[in-house]
Design a protein around this ligand. Structure first.
Ligand SMILES: [Zn+2]
Length: 387
C-alpha cells in the first residue's frame, strides 16, 4: 500500500516497523510443528497525514485468506457477552429496531446478530466468508451466508452493522459506499460499526493490539470522516469496552460528497511517540518475565490476538508454558510461531503455575476468581501496565 487506503493521500508519518509477525493471530494449529511453520509477515505502520488512518504499508492481502478455522469468537466470556448485549439493546431502543430485518456484515458465527433479533423480535441475515455453519447459534430467526456482503442487492433493513470488520479491509470506503448504495431511496436504515480504537492503542501503548490481520487502525475523526464520505450522516460515535473499541452510528446521508479532511492534530504526537513506547514496553516485559520464569511456571491467560502477539513480540515469551483459554474450541491447539499449547483453566491444576499473565485487564476479575476456585496460589498480573 503506497497510498492511504481510506483517502488515497500519499503523505504519511512513519510510526513503527516490526519484522516477521504471525499472519494469523486468530488461527491456532493442530500440532506444535505446524504452529512453528505457520506464515509470518512484516509490519510497516504509518499514519496518513490527511485523514489520520494508521495502516501497514507492507500488508499482503494474498497472505490472508479467511477460512472457517479463523476463530475469534469472544462469546465464551461473560464480560464480553454482557458488553455485546448492552450494544444490542441500545441499538434496538435508540433506532427502534423492532419487527424488521437486521443485517450484519462479517457476522462470524452470528451470536451478536442473534441478540439484536431477540431483543427487537427481528429477523437477521449475516454475511461472513469465514462462517462455519456448525457454530451458528440455534436461532431460527437468523440466517448466515458464507460469502461477502452482496452490495449489488437492494437491502431494506432496520439496521446494517459490522463489528471488527473494517480494520481487516484494504478498501473500507468501497464497502461502506457499497452498503450505502444497497439502500433503497428514502431508506432510514441505521448503521453501526465497531472497530479497535487506534487512539487507545497509541495513548495506552496497547502494543499487543498491533496485529498483521489488521492492516488498518481507526481513530474517531477518521472513522467519522469515512462514514460521511461514504454517504452517511453520523448520529453518534464514541469509545466502549474499557475505551478499547471505537463505534460509530449513522443514518443514510447525502452521497457523492467531498468532505474536508478531519482534525487529527492530537493524534500526530501520540503516533510519533508510539515506536519508542513499543520498544520500552517489550523490554520492560522481557525483563519482568525473565525474573518470573526463575520462580516457577508462567502461563498467559488469553490465546486471542493480544496473547499471541505478546508471546511473539517478547523474546522471553518462549519460556511461557501454555496459553489458557475459556473457549473449548481452542483447547489442544497451538499458538502460531511460538507454539505453546492452548489449555483449559482446569488443566492449570496439574501445571501449578507461579504466575498468570492476563492479557486484557477487563477480564481480570473473572480470571482471578477462577484461579481461587481452582485452588491455585498463582500470582495474577495485568499485562497492560505501562512502564
Ligand atoms: Zn488518509
Amino acid at each position: 500500500m503506497d497510498h492511504c487506503p481510506s483517502c488515497s493521500n500519499q503523505d504519511s508519518i512513519s510510526i513503527v516497523s516490526i519484522e516477521s509477525i504471525p499472519v494469523f493471530c486468530n488461527v491456532l494449529w493442530p500440532t506444535a510443528q505446524q504452529a512453528r511453520a505457520s506464515a509470518s509477515g512484516d509490519m510497516e505502520l504509518v499514519m496518513c497525514r490527511s485523514c489520520g488512518l494508521l495502516y501497514n504499508t507492507r500488508f499482503d492481502p494474498g497472505l490472508v485468506a479467511y477460512s472457517p478455522n479463523y476463530e475469534n469468537s469472544l462469546h465464551f466470556s461473560p464480560a464480553f457477552n454482557q458488553f455485546a448485549e448492552g450494544v444490542a439493546r441500545r441499538l434496538v431502543e435508540r433506532y427502534d429496531i423492532h419487527n424488521t430485518e437486521v443485517v450484519e456484515v462479517g457476522s462470524g458465527s452470528g451470536d451478536f446478530l442473534s441478540m439484536v433479533c431477540e431483543f427487537g423480535d427481528n429477523t437477521g441475515v449475516g454475511f461472513d466468508p469465514s462462517h462455519d455453519p456448525d457454530r451458528k447459534p440455534a436461532d431460527d430467526r437468523i440466517t448466515v451466508h458464507a460469502k461477502p456482503y452482496p452490495t449489488e442487492h437492494p437491502v431494506d433493513a432496520g439496521l446494517v452493522c459490522s463489528r471488527h470488520v473494517l480494520e481487516h479491509l484494504t478498501s473500507p470506503l468501497e464497502l461502506l459506499r457499497g452498503i450505502r448504495s444497497s439502500f433503497p431511496a428514502g431508506a432510514r436504515t441505521a448503521s453501526y460499526h465497531e472497530v479497535p480504537d487506534a487512539t487507545y492503542m497509541l495513548e495506552e501503548l496497547a502494543i499487543w493490539d498491533l496485529i498483521y490481520e489488521h492492516p488498518l487502525y481507526y481513530s474517531e475523526p477518521t472513522l467519522n470522516w469515512l462514514m460521511t464520505t461514504a454517504g452517511f450522516e453520523v448520529t453518534d460515535s464514541g469509545r466502549s469496552f474499557g475505551d478499547q473499541y471505537l463505534w460509530v452510528e449513522a443514518i443514510p446521508g447525502e452521497t457523492g460528497r467531498t468532505c474536508e479532511p478531519p482534525d487529527i492534530g492530537g493524534l500526530t504526537r501520540a503516533a510519533s511517540e508510539f515506536g519508542d513506547g513499543l520498544r520500552r514496553v517489550v523490554s520492560h516485559w522481557n525483563a519482568k518475565l525473565e525474573h518470573m520464569l526463575d520462580t516457577g511456571p508462567v502461563v498467559i491467560w488469553g490465546s486471542g490476538s493480544k496473547g499471541v502477539q505478546f508471546l511473539n513480540l517478547v523474546p522471553a515469551g518462549s519460556g511461557i508454558s501454555a496459553a489458557v483459554d475459556v473457549n473449548p474450541r481452542k483447547h489442544g491447539q497451538f499458538v502460531p510461531k511460538t507454539s505453546q499449547p492452548v489449555i483449559s483453566p482446569e488443566a492449570l491444576v496439574d501445571l501449578a503455575p507461579a504466575h498468570v499473565l492476563v492479557m486484557n485487564p477487563i477480564y481480570t476479575p473473572e480470571i482471578a476468581a477462577s484461579i481461587v476456585e481452582l485452588g491455585l496460589g498463582a500470582e495474577v498480573h495485568d499485562i497492560t501496565f505501562q512502564p
